[in-house]
Design a protein around this ligand. Structure first.
Ligand SMILES: *[C@@H]1O[C@H](CO)[C@@H](O)[C@H](O)[C@H]1NC(C)=O
Ligand SMILES: *[C@@H]1O[C@H](CO)[C@@H](O)[C@H](O)[C@H]1NC(C)=O
Ligand SMILES: *[C@@H]1O[C@H](CO)[C@@H](O)[C@H](O)[C@H]1NC(C)=O
Length: 246
């Protein structure tokens, strides 16, 4: 088992128009040539896998108020809503930390919720997760991508029930699941915290050769957020700044 850790920034952050032509790179050991988040594929360990995160209001992710659809589904018409999309291509079974720099993008201005998604016929999407509004901002998330025989089955937000912020008066525990800081503490609002988003990513299940994807078990065994310490810009801008400021 060789699980590397790496940091990924979005390949693209753009208003919703998902096309398959826009996405780039080819890695030598990559056998997955599907680069659109809105197409189906099966993967093996060390392939790249493209998925996407959409930011919008919670209700924009539901068709007719009740049925949550993939943002790839045109019935949602996210294009006509106030939405943004970022696209990522992590390597399967590597623990990655996705970062979205909010210095020029405020999730709260785009409805404040995010959904991770990939696939078309076999569309998978996470539940909407609260990111930010004018009062609170959540900056740290863990997303699990669950595969079965190499096909994405499920995407879900793994929560730790505010274990990291209980007892710290500078954080607020929202809905018993998310540690939030006050949006007024963010640089954009005159505070001193870089409220960029960090999303720790892990893979579970099996690849197309039935090999087990293990990175999830490693994340589970690490203390949540421990990876942030590995990434210098986040160590400086996220973790330590909380210690310094609060
Ligand atoms: C939307 O929901 C309402 C009430 O549940 C239902 O009557 C209506 O047929 C639905 N519309 C569509 C387009 O599914
Ligand atoms: C976000 O971008 C700003 C401006 O380029 C930079 O100063 C800041 O360090 C970046 N934050 C992160 C977490 O990369
Ligand atoms: C911001 O979000 C929190 C948590 O979801 C909620 O309790 C609060 O009412 C919201 N505030 C505003 C101004 O929307």
């Amino acid at each position: 088992m060789t699980t590397l850790t790496r940091e990924l920034k979005p390949l693209l952050l753009f208003l919703v128009t998902i096309t398959s032509s826009t996405l780039l790179p080819v890695q030598s050991d990559n056998t997955n040539h599907v680069y659109s988040p809105c197409a189906d594929t099966t993967v093996q360990v060390s392939d790249g896998f493209t998925f996407s995160i959409a930011f919008s209001s919670s209700k924009a992710f539901f068709f007719n108020s009740t049925l949550q659809l993939s943002p790839c589904d045109s019935r949602l018409s996210l294009t006509s809503q106030n939405s943004q999309i970022s696209v990522f291509r992590p390597k399967v079974d590597e623990i990655s930390l996705l970062t979205i720099n909010t210095s020029s993008f405020s999730p709260g201005d785009f409805g404040g919720y995010m959904v991770a998604f990939a696939g078309r016929k076999y569309a998978a999407r996470s539940l909407p997760a609260f990111v930010a509004n004018s009062t609170y901002t959540v900056t740290s998330f863990t997303l699990v991508l669950e595969f079965k025989k190499g096909r994405l089955q499920n995407l879900y937000w793994k929560r730790d029930g505010c274990a990291k912020c209980s007892g710290n008066s500078k954080f607020v525990c929202l809905n018993n699941q998310d540690c939030a800081i006050r949006t007024s503490s963010c640089i954009k609002n005159g505070g001193s915290v870089d409220c960029s988003l960090g999303i720790q990513l892990a893979f579970s299940g099996t690849d197309k050769h039935f090999s087990a994807l293990n990175s999830w078990y490693e994340v589970e065994n690490l203390r949540q957020y421990s990876l942030y310490g590995l990434y210098s810009n986040l160590r400086d801008s996220l973790t330590s700044q909380y210690n310094n400021i609060f």
